[in-house]
Write a protein that binds this ligand. Structure first.
Ligand SMILES: Cc1ncc(COP(=O)(O)O)c(C=O)c1O
Length: 353
């Protein structure tokens, strides 16, 4: 069945969950379990949301405290940096470089600090002073770029090329795929935990909603479920001002969009990762756009319910609301028995609005 646009903010691909691929679930989980401070993040059952939305269960995977940082990003950075340093037999002089909307850069800066390495972080417009200061406080050198996320990525790549620093970027393009593929492997720990936590309650996910920027987290989630032929369908949610994945799924190929500012800073990316694209085009069951007003309302509602989320995490709730209010609900077979997992990828402290 083909990709179908249900309304201006909803695209569905009803047959995508039949696609099978190789799982990227590698040894990352074991690696994370061996790190100091590892603990599975909470999977919070929110029955009020299930009732409101007419679903069986709604559970929030709360990434507000992961390895002491207020977002999930250290899952990718720790594993990719470990693999990259080993692959290059890099010594104590190695310098790590990356571009970031905030959270990834902080995770790279923290990991560099813990390993006694230097880090240089490039930051586009639209990132809060708070997030920038948090990266500087990890001891990294911060450079602000007068431009969008794609420009910051280009600046980080240029730095690495000119200086021999190690580029730890969480998005891929032609010729730069190895490190991002390790970052994706690292992210898969999040969904491995979700499965274990659901299994303990005798449950399995029917749908997972993924806040999406470049699509690396999305790739990890799609590969995880399509790699084990599980039931779970995977749906992305992006700001309506940065819908690169939405437009790519519609067009059947990688599409870049121009971005504007959004409170969902971590999702403010115009160009999807090239590595994620085959997963998006074949294994993504739906793609959603939400605006800042909807994200704010979802954030307030989750806070009221006692679930601490940041704007990117709130996007997942806005997404399921958008989906349930559209014909995509039927297309994806969602009903009062469905088990839905919302990935809440950051805390309110990561990106205060
Ligand atoms: C809080 C948060 N959620 C979700 C994402 C999306 O991840 P990806 O860019 O891999 O799609 C990011 C990325 O920076 C993020 O910071």
């Amino acid at each position: 069945m083909a990709v179908k646009q249900v309304n201006p903010n909803v695209v569905v691909h009803a047959a995508a969950h039949i696609w099978a691929t190789e799982s990227t679930q590698g040894p990352a989980l074991q690696f994370h379990q061996s790190l100091p401070g590892y603990a599975p993040t909470e999977l919070i059952d929110v029955p009020q949301l299930a009732q409101e939305l007419g679903l069986g269960k709604v559970l929030v995977k709360d990434e507000s405290a992961r390895f002491g940082l207020p977002a999930f990003k250290a899952l990718g950075a720790t594993w990719a940096i470990d693999k990259a340093l080993r692959a290059l037999s890099a010594g104590p002089d190695a310098v790590l470089v990356t571009a970031t909307d905030g959270n990834h850069g902080r995770a790279v800066a923290r990991t560099a600090k813990l390993r006694g390495l230097a880090a240089r972080i490039y930051i586009p417009d639209g990132v809060s002073d708070f997030a920038i200061q948090a990266i500087a406080d990890e001891g990294a050198k911060v450079t602000r770029i007068n431009g969008d996320y794609d420009l910051a990525v280009a600046a980080a790549a240029k730095d690495a090329e000119e200086t021999g620093a190690l580029l730890i970027q969480d998005t891929a393009w032609d010729g730069y795929e190895e490190v991002p593929s390790w970052i994706v492997e690292g992210y898969s720990t999040m969904v491995a935990e979700v499965d274990q936590q659901l299994a303990q309650q005798g449950l399995a996910a029917d749908l997972v909603i993924v806040p999406t920027g470049v699509g690396s987290l999305l790739q990890a989630v799609i590969a995880h479920y399509r790699g084990q032929l599980a039931e779970a369908k995977v749906v992305s949610v992006e700001p309506d001002t940065a819908g690169g994945v939405f437009e790519s799924l519609k067009a059947g190929q990688l599409v870049s969009v121009a971005t504007k500012t959004t409170i969902m800073t971590g999702l403010n990316c115009g160009t999807p990762s090239s590595l994620a694209m085959p997963y998006i085009l074949q294994g993504l069951s739906g793609s959603l756009l939400v605006d800042d007003r909807e994200a704010r309302a979802a954030l307030a509602h989750l806070t009221e319910l006692g679930v601490k989320v940041g704007p990117c995490g709130a996007a997942a709730l806005s997404g399921i609301r958008t989906l349930m209010a559209s014909d995509a609900k039927t297309e994806l077979g969602l009903n009062e028995d469905s088990v839905v997992v919302l990935l809440s990828t950051e805390s309110a402290e990561a990106n205060p609005i």
